[in-house]
Design a protein around this ligand. Sequence first.
Ligand code: P6P
Length: 339
Amino acid sequence: MMTINRNILTLDEFTIMQLRGFPAATGELSSLFRDLGLAAKRVNVEVNKAGLVDILGDAGSVNVQGEDVKKLDIYANNQFMGVLKHGISCAGIGSEELDDFVVFDDEVSNNSKYVVQFDPLDGSGNIDVNISIGTIFSVYRRVSEVGKPCTKADFLQAGNRQVAAGYMIYGSSTMFVYATKLGVNGFTLDPAIGEFCLSHPNIKCPSSGNVYSVNHGHFFRYSEGVRNYINACQKKDKSNGGPYTQRYIGSMVADVHRNLMKGGIFMYPGTVDKPLGKLRLLYECNPFAYIIEMAGGRATDGKQRIMDIQPTFLHQRTPFFIGSMDMMNELDTYITGEK
Ligand code: P6P
């Protein structure tokens, strides 16, 4: 682990310092994080004033998910796509807001090493009621030949091939949290200087916690194993790691961020009518799965490691369970029927 001996270390300084130990590093990944940080600052400005200007409310359109699209979704999508297209590191993107992958196909982009999948503004249904929302991203090294346009194969890699992943949370403060094989680090935006500053170095997810996050409204549509685990959570007391608290904001970035920092489990199970659940594999589940594993936790679809799922299309969904190692291991015993 790198020794931090500065009062303020900005995102740019940190990423450069981290990669100093890798002579082969070209600086493209540092540049990618700088691009993402710039877009996040721009989105943050609009999120912070969403109630003041007519950026709120439906844009009158419906996205590929069939969901009403808020104007901020479109704005955020365009900001992230713009900085990545005009940067030096990204050959193409996949976005929740776009029907298909986007190959940038210009001379600089075709010579870029990475592709990025992102959900530009997750939890956007909460924009109108001022609940924390976020951006989620996932970075892959392309498998296609550099120098040519990237291909679908670049975007349909399993999550275990991610080289980085992260999220921004636009909440009481705005944070940029990202993971690489070197660990998970959190940066808080200092509005006074317009920089993301290292505030949470070397984040580790507590091996257990007492928070469980799930939408109880779907309870009777979950599998028996999941229902049994939820019942067990409600019966916890001091004798077995409880009592537990149920916390569910309806904004995954906020729920998972809290559980990452304090310990806990977040569940978006499949249901009898929607066996694959709601959350998308490529740009919601894989990134958080990478982050939680780098922080010492686990993420599964109830049967297998999320990052081992071979994607088949951009918007595919998966049941999603993520959190502290011990809590995830206990969940398994209910899903497999041991308990
Ligand atoms: P439900 C937001 O729309 C989102 O994708 C996640 O951020 C959130 O955790 C989930 O959906 C909430 O879904 O069905 O519980 O309202």
